[in-house]
Design a protein around this ligand. Structure first.
Ligand code: B12
Length: 214
């Protein structure tokens, strides 16, 4: 763990919203780089939460309160991650697939894309294929992005691509996928156009693909 962020890291591990917010503010005031506060302090803590859950030291309530602290810290960090003078570079519909309620990673990808000038249609969590289809038909999405954090919900990425195909819309959009269990091999297997393992790489991926759809 990065020593600069030990208070922030521990606050998220303990799910302490007040200390998380205070620690983000202290780090910002100290001039630490927002991207580093996010990656080395906050995402590092969520990884540890996952490890503790796997080990049987944490249970769902602990994960939940850690996630709450993470979201509160993100809200404070958000304006510092966004640059203001960018105009729309395309429209991205993003959602966590059906059956899956994890949204922190999805929100981060949305935030980074927004910061890079993309318009975001955030479809939320537990998103049925029909809702993704609507985002293309009436929402005008150029790119559709699926997030999944569970091995049991990953197959819903495939189902959603098939539904988009069946609706005759597959060649209207580029589809990208991501989330902790997702891999490039899986993206290739289900016919997605792209995969990225983190939010900042998602930005360059979407920029490349927008070049391809424009
Ligand atoms: C917080 C958390 C929860 C919270 C979620 C709160 C919320 N609002 O999101 C709660 C408590 C609700 C929860 C519930 C459950 N969880 Co949970 N959870 C986590 C935990 C600890 C952290 C996830 C997280 O936010 N990570 C931080 C973010 C920033 O990372 P990320 O999501 O991976 O996103 C990054 C990349 O993947 C990528 N990315 C993400 N999405 C996308 C999309 C695109 C398009 C792209 C390009 C990139 C991209 O960019 C992001 C930023 O860099 C993980 C552990 C882990 N290591 O992932 C377990 C974990 C995902 N959960 C797990 C489990 C088992 C569950 C439950 C089934 C537990 C239960 N028995 O009820 C339920 C399922 C509920 C449901 N139906 O969804 C398991 C999944 C195991 C598996 N392989 O399937 C994990 C891995 C824990 C573990 N180690 O066992 N969970």
């Amino acid at each position: 763990m990065n020593e600069n962020f030990s208070a922030l890291y521990n606050a998220i591990l303990e799910g302490d919203v007040a200390v998380t917010k205070a620690s983000v503010q202290v780090a910002l005031d100290a001039g630490l780089e927002p991207g580093s506060i996010l990656a080395d302090g906050m995402i590092a803590a969520m990884k540890e939460v996952g490890r503790l859950f796997e080990e049987g030291d944490y249970f769902v309530p602990e994960m939940l309160i850690a996630a709450r602290a993470m979201q509160a810290g993100l809200l404070l960090l958000k304006p510092h991650l966004l640059s203001s003078d960018v105009k729309s570079a395309g429209r991205v519909a993003i959602g966590t697939v059906k059956g899956d309620l994890h949204d922190i990673g999805k929100n981060l990808v949305a935030l980074m894309l927004e910061g890079a000038g993309f318009e975001i249609l955030d479809l939320g969590v537990d998103v049925a294929p029909e809702k993704f289809i609507e985002s293309i038909k009436t929402g005008g999405a150029n790119i559709v992005a699926f997030s999944a954090l569970l091995t049991t919900t990953m197959p819903n990425m495939k189902t959603t691509i098939e539904a988009i195909q069946a609706a005759g819309l597959r060649d209207k959009v580029k589809i990208i996928i991501g989330g902790a269990p997702v891999t490039q091999a899986y993206a290739d297997q289900i016919g997605a156009d792209g995969f990225s393992s983190d939010a900042s790489r998602a930005v360059s991926l979407v920029q490349t693909l927008m070049g391809a759809v424009a």
